[in-house]
Write a new protein. Structure first.
Length: 140
């Protein structure tokens, strides 16, 4: 049976000098990773990433600096479907200010980390994307 697909958008959130990244720990996943979520039917990818970020962190003063750093795919169990679904996730680089207050969703954790002190466990493979996102800022 072919696997159906869901479109997602995720934010690799960095500070303005690219030395810190914002990560989220979803209790259902139990690992630290980028803030992301499903794209709504009528939504653009950029609108989705800004909405998901506001919902999951409270951050609204953000700037998208790189719309398509990467697209990653994985077949995972999805709460929005019965069974496993292919998640096609567009990764954006977004700049935010670490001084802005964070308001994570109940049960979730959101925090800033130094690039050289990433938390454990981390979503597999995301470290290279975080370092690439940080380079985007360090070279501006
Ligand atoms: Zn899904």
């Amino acid at each position: 049976m072919p696997t159906s697909s869901h479109l997602l958008a995720s934010a690799l959130v960095v500070d303005s000098d690219g030395s810190r990244v914002l990560l989220c720990r979803d209790p259902r996943v139990g690992r630290w990773g980028p803030v992301g979520g499903h794209v709504g039917g009528a939504e653009t990818l950029t609108a989705a990433v800004q909405r998901v970020l506001a919902e999951a962190t409270g951050l609204t003063r953000v700037r998208v600096v790189e719309p398509h750093l990467a697209v990653v795919q994985d077949v995972v169990p999805c709460p929005a479907a019965a069974g496993s679904v292919r998640h096609v996730d567009h990764l954006f680089v977004v700049v935010a200010d670490p001084a802005d207050p964070l308001t994570p969703e109940p049960g979730a954790a959101v925090a800033w980390f130094g690039l050289d002190a990433l938390p454990d466990p981390l979503v597999p493979g995301i470290g290279m994307h975080l370092r690439a996102a940080a380079r985007t800022m360090a070279t501006q």
